[in-house]
Write a protein that binds this ligand. Structure first.
Ligand SMILES: Cc1cc2nc3c(=O)[nH]c(=O)nc-3n(C[C@H](O)[C@H](O)[C@H](O)COP(=O)(O)OP(=O)(O)OC[C@H]3O[C@@H](n4cnc5c(N)ncnc54)[C@H](O)[C@@H]3O)c2cc1C
Length: 398
């Protein structure tokens, strides 16, 4: 098949590799003039790692990543709010903190090995389906970019193509987001743990070990400061001192990180989106990753879900000869897992990032003891590793 992929993010890259390996002719269209990722470190879960292994890049990613064995959250009084260890679910299990740049470059190398055609500086703005089984896509000057038998849209949380599908049930931005910076961590003082510090629901800073850009480069750590999006501009105007003051109010462990920032312009603001589609396909147009189901990164699943989307779509297309049936089966196969993480992210985000002070008090009082109760603990562990499909203990992907 001739397949067009819009967006060279994690979803687009993984889909392109999977489908090119299956023998399809894949062309990727990317809006930015120069290929490259924007973003800090991300936490890859065992689900995402499985897909990276399928793509043949698991070992390379492991070399460039930092193993994360535990998630820990402490409040301003030093009380444990969150303490989850991967090994409590299964001995030897772990996540991987990786810089988005390393993930991007490793997948790009694989795309180049497969000689996947990539067009940069192309803003894909619309599509039509002139007849059954054919999709034509157009750029921002309404120039045709070609006809395809399948178009995969992975243009991210702010997708400009999603609206024309008529499938959007929800596409909103959270009032809270994060300001982040990636620092080197030569002494590996942040290794092994995704560590968060909270002050009620209004203050949170997190440190994620984020691997290295090359095997012999120093380790890095990503720092995320929770901010109201409408306050991020004020922090920027006030400058680095204000950012540092807010971080220091939450922890005294950030000095080596703060000493590496010389200008507030080095600190990037990220907003979070909540996107729900009634289904993820419109004829032969299929939405993948954040374009289909952007969510807050509270559970650290977005990139992992994008990788799983790509894997499942390739699997269905390989197993079912009727493309339309394969697409429908893909939609059904991914639905429960995606819906679970959308819902739980939406419920959990205000528990950690909001102006709801009483919620923070209840969280600090209950979450620690609850997480020691076996049933709640196994819910947290299954949720962490990315396999949940519903709230019931047995609702997990096999
Ligand atoms: C602060 C923060 C922390 C996060 N932490 C984690 C984490 O720990 N673990 C995790 O799994 N996920 C995490 N996520 C979520 C994760 O980053 C996303 O879910 C993931 O990047 C989605 O990949 P994607 O390919 O769908 O979209 P993107 O990565 O956004 O890629 C979209 C691509 O499409 C291109 N594009 C956009 N519009 C067009 C157009 N019109 N034409 C052509 N190209 C276009 C863009 O330039 C981009 O290259 C985090 C997100 C944030 C904001």
């Amino acid at each position: 098949m001739r397949i067009g992929v819009v967006g060279c993010g994690t979803a687009g890259q993984a889909a392109a590799i999977h489908l090119a390996r299956a023998g399809h002719h894949v062309t990727v269209f990317e809006r930015t003039p120069t290929l490259g990722p924007v973003g800090a470190g991300i936490l890859l879960q065992p689900t995402g790692l499985r897909v990276l292994n399928e793509l043949g890049v698991g070992d390379e990613i492991a070399r460039l990543s930092s193993p994360v064995h535990r998630l820990s959250g402490l409040n301003q009084r030093g009380r444990t709010v969150l303490d989850v260890r991967y090994s409590d679910r299964e001995p030897g299990l772990f996540g991987l903190g990786v810089h988005r740049g390393s993930l991007f470059s490793t997948l790009l190398d694989r795309m180049n090995q497969l000689r996947i055609e990539i067009w940069t500086d192309v803003d894909v703005r619309s599509y039509t389906q002139p007849r059954r089984g054919v999709v034509e896509i157009f750029d921002d000057a309404q120039r045709s970019l070609g006809h395809f038998e399948l178009v995969i849209i992975g243009d991210g949380a702010r997708s400009s193509l999603r609206a024309q599908s008529g499938l959007v049930r929800r596409a909103t931005r959270y009032p809270w987001g994060a300001m982040w910076f990636v620092a080197t961590d030569p002494d590996e003082q942040f290794s092994g743990v995704l560590q968060q510090y909270y002050h009620g629901t209004r203050g949170m800073v997190g440190f994620l070990p984020s691997g290295r850009s090359a095997v012999d480069s120093p380790s890095t750590v990503s720092v995320f400061l929770s901010v109201r999006i409408d306050e991020a501009g004020v922090i920027r105007q006030r400058g680095l001192g204000e950012f540092a003051r807010r971080v220091r109010a939450l922890t005294d462990r950030a000095e080596t990180v703060l000493s590496q920032i010389s200008d507030i312009a080095q600190v990037i603001t990220a907003s979070y989106h909540d996107v729900v589609l009634s289904r993820v396909f419109d004829g032969r147009v299929v939405f993948l990753g954040d374009a289909a189901h952007a969510m807050s990164p509270q559970l650290g699943q977005g990139a992992n879900l994008a990788l799983m989307d790509a894997s499942e779509l390739a699997k269905q297309l390989a197993e079912v000869s009727d493309v339309d049936v394969a697409i429908e089966r893909y939609d059904r196969a991914r639905r429960a897992n995606v819906r679970y993480y959308q819902r739980v992210s939406r419920w959990l985000t205000p528990v950690f990032q909001s102006g709801l002070t009483p919620v923070g008090v209840v969280r600090d009082a209950l979450m620690g003891p609850m997480s020691r109760a076996p049933i709640f603990r196994s819910l947290m562990l299954d949720s962490l590793v990315g396999i949940k499909t519903g709230l019931m203990p047995w609702s997990v992907m096999r």
